[in-house]
Design a protein around this ligand. Structure first.
Ligand SMILES: NC(=O)c1ccc[n+]([C@@H]2O[C@H](COP(=O)([O-])OP(=O)(O)OC[C@H]3O[C@@H](n4cnc5c(N)ncnc54)[C@H](OP(=O)(O)O)[C@@H]3O)[C@@H](O)[C@H]2O)c1
Length: 341
């Protein structure tokens, strides 16, 4: 089994482009800017695109924009050939100074703490998109969103499709629908090709829904079954789709569900980890019959299935947790049903 043994190894796996990534970058016209690049997904996305361009022999610039509280991250990205710009995207004048770029990947957002500072959550998730969409009206934009714009659906359904109406629960998810609507508005007004990237949930071994379940089992803590199922996708595959979605932007903006093909039962995932770790399983909460589930068949039919299948991802997570691998301490809170994060 091809396990991931260290953070260096993990970063390398996340940043290694697929052949489809390299082919796409060979066709891509113009540079790439990643806005909100300082979080969990941005650094590995930037590196993947840099490496894809290098492998394809192209001269694309990859520019990472974020507030960048950590100089270590800036230095590491620069060493990897990625340009960085420190910018508070909530400052309109700073946004107006950003270099124009044909391709925009928009990752900025705020989820946790949404109940303490709902004003900041709404500002981050709706005002920043307005500044960005206005500045980058002549670019194509992949705007990260979330599957939480849909309501809870029955776990025995196929999951929410792009044609289903959004009906977000709680202020975080509502503000994410606001983010989408702002991008849709500018896409209509300026003719900006745009894609609303409705992701649920990325797993990178240091965080993610499967990691949350595995860590609870490993620590002998109860696993909550109130939300009985989840979607999950290897972060490398999510980032590969994000890059390749640049070729699927449209005006009016189109929605695109992004996740793995399976509906993952929380109970069965916990049983798998308990078997691997030789732990007693403890559950809590009344097992529900609804969850936030996206149906990503459109994504899979256009861009292919994820390269890392669920079985392998579960093995990677188990091995990582068992060997005491690093953890970001940022649980996905997949068991929240009232939308209060
Ligand atoms: N990861 C997942 O599983 C998942 C699932 C569903 C949806 N999403 C969405 O996908 C996007 C990327 O995910 P992620 O996990 O990388 O999110 P994340 O860890 O929250 O990263 C987003 C980054 O945006 C930057 N940002 C926030 N406010 C900013 C501001 N005013 N100016 C400049 N930068 C700002 C922050 O970096 P700085 O502190 O450096 O500014 C932050 O780390 C997010 O919008 C998230 O909501 C992610």
């Amino acid at each position: 089994m091809d396990f991931i043994e260290s953070e260096e190894h993990l970063e390398d796996r996340l940043a290694t482009p697929s052949s489809a990534d390299c082919e796409m970058v060979r066709r891509l016209e113009g540079d790439v800017v990643i806005l909100g690049a300082g979080g969990k997904m941005g650094p590995s996305l930037a590196r993947r695109i840099r490496r894809a361009a290098d492998a394809a022999g192209t001269h694309h610039k990859v520019i990472a924009v974020s507030r960048f509280s950590s100089a270590t991250l800036v230095n590491a990205l620069n060493r990897d050939g990625i340009d960085t710009i420190a910018c508070d995207l909530l400052n309109r004048y700073e946004v107006e100074k950003l270099p124009l770029c044909a391709n925009v990947l928009f990752l900025s957002g705020r989820k946790f703490g949404s109940t303490d500072r709902p004003d900041l959550t709404w500002a981050t998730n709706t005002i920043i998109p307005a500044y960005v969409a206005s500045h980058y009206g002549s670019s194509r934009i992949v705007a990260f969103s979330t599957g939480n714009v849909y309501p809870l659906v029955k776990v025995n359904s196929q999951g929410s499709a792009e044609t289903d109406a959004p009906d977000p629960i709680g202020e975080y998810a509502q503000s994410c629908l606001g983010r989408e609507r702002v991008f849709e508005y500018y896409s209509q007004e300026y003719g900006t090709p745009c894609l609303l990237f409705r992701l649920n949930y990325a797993v990178d071994l240091r965080y993610g829904v499967l990691v949350d379940i595995a860590r609870r089992v490993f620590a002998g803590q109860p696993v909550n079954l109130t939300v009985p199922a989840v979607n999950a996708i290897w972060q490398g595959d999510a980032n590969s789709y994000a890059l390749r979605c640049l070729e699927h932007c449209a005006s009016p903006a189109r929605a695109f569900n992004v996740t793995g093909p399976e509906i993952v039962s929380v109970r069965r995932a916990a049983e798998f980890f308990a078997g691997r770790f030789h732990r007693e399983l403890v559950f809590e909460g009344r097992e529900g019959d609804r969850a936030f589930l996206g149906n990503a068949s459109l994504c899979h039919s256009l861009l292919g299935l994820p390269e890392v299948a669920l079985d392998l991802l579960m093995q990677w997570v188990a091995h990582w947790v068992e060997r005491g691998g690093a953890n970001l301490g940022k649980p996905a809170k997949f068991d929240v049903v009232d939308g209060r994060y």
